[in-house]
Design a protein around this ligand. Structure first.
Ligand code: SAM
Length: 292
């Protein structure tokens, strides 16, 4: 097996060889601890039959672990300066393809169809650039991509929001948007010392696995997410005040919404953060004929 890229010495050597300087604006905090990379890879449960999509390979620290454990890796990297470096560092692996594109602009579905037509299990595994964590995860989840799961390093605070349960301080529309489609568990808390340069925030690894079908039945997904976002618009406001100020636009009367809430046994003075996904689904389905 080849020497790991992710040791402090080898990383420094590679950066010096190419005169590479980190761009903070691209969230470039590279991993320099092979144990963390092994753990992330293990949490993805890969086999030689699995395909992997990586976002932001950097100098290839995680990519090489993924290449060793899976059938094929396709990695999206926005920074053109990293292309010659990756060509060099990943030269021992013939099952890696680097795509020099912004993941948020890329046609990921098309690339999956082209690159993974013979692969049954597809996982996304990454140490995400922190300035765009949420848009990337939402893109992966809402574009109905044929992926089974996502194992990613991200800010601890965002990991807590994604996996939060009702009634807790981190629970909000992001928890619901993701838990609707995926199960979510924080599998590892990671110290700042394993990065070069060290980020300002604490990090965590989260594992999201796609549910066979969404957690709750709703008449209209778009409206379901509108209702949940509205319910959390101002966290200190009651449910009824958030719903009326965000959703009504003169289309229905506050009294009708109060009636709907009572019929569902939901006290209108509760706050959005106390409602379960099931309660939000009933609320969405009962409000739909009134508001839509
Ligand atoms: N995987 C490497 C590691 O663990 O050492 C690097 C991770 S670093 C946190 C994030 C990487 O994402 C950087 O290489 C950065 O250039 C890249 N990146 C930032 N924004 C991106 C985007 N929109 N699309 C694709 N890659 C992006």
């Amino acid at each position: 097996m080849h020497k790991d890229i992710a040791t402090p010495i080898r990383t420094k050597d590679i950066l010096n060889k190419y005169g590479f300087s980190f761009k903070k604006s691209l969230g470039q905090n590279f991993l320099i601890d092979p144990n963390i990379l092994r753990n992330i890879t293990e949490y993805a449960n890969l086999t030689k039959e699995s395909g992997v999509i990586e976002i932001g390979p950097g100098i290839g620290a995680l990519t090489e672990h993924l290449a060793r454990s899976s059938g094929k890796v396709v990695a999206f990297e926005i920074d053109q300066r990293l292309m010659p470096i990756l060509k060099d560092t990943l030269s021992p692996y013939d099952n890696v393809k680097i795509v020099n594109e912004d993941i948020l602009k890329a046609d990921v579905k098309k690339i999956i169809n082209e690159e993974f037509s013979h692969i049954d299990k597809l996982m996304v595994v990454a140490n995400l650039p922190y300035y765009v964590t949420t848009p990337i995860i939402l893109k992966l989840i809402t574009e109905a991509l044929p992926i089974q799961g996502i194992v990613v390093m991200l800010q601890k605070e965002v990991a807590e929001r994604i996996s939060a349960k009702p009634g807790t301080k981190h629970y909000g529309s992001l928890s619901i948007a993701i838990q609707y489609y995926m199960t979510a568990e924080v599998v590892m808390i990671v110290p700042k010392t394993v990065f070069m340069p060290q980020p300002n925030v604490d990090s965590a690894v989260i594992r999201l696995m796609k549910r066979p079908k969404p957690k709750v039945d709703v008449v209209d997904e778009k409206f379901f997410f509108e209702v949940t976002r509205a319910s959390f618009a101002q966290r200190r406001k009651t449910l009824i005040n958030n719903l009326t100020s965000q959703l009504l636009e003169g289309k229905a009367k506050k009294a009708e919404i109060i009636e709907v809430l009572h019929s569902l046994n939901i006290d209108p003075t509760r706050r959005g953060e106390t409602l379960s996904l099931e309660e939000f689904a009933s609320l969405c389905n009962a409000l739909y004929p009134i508001i839509k």
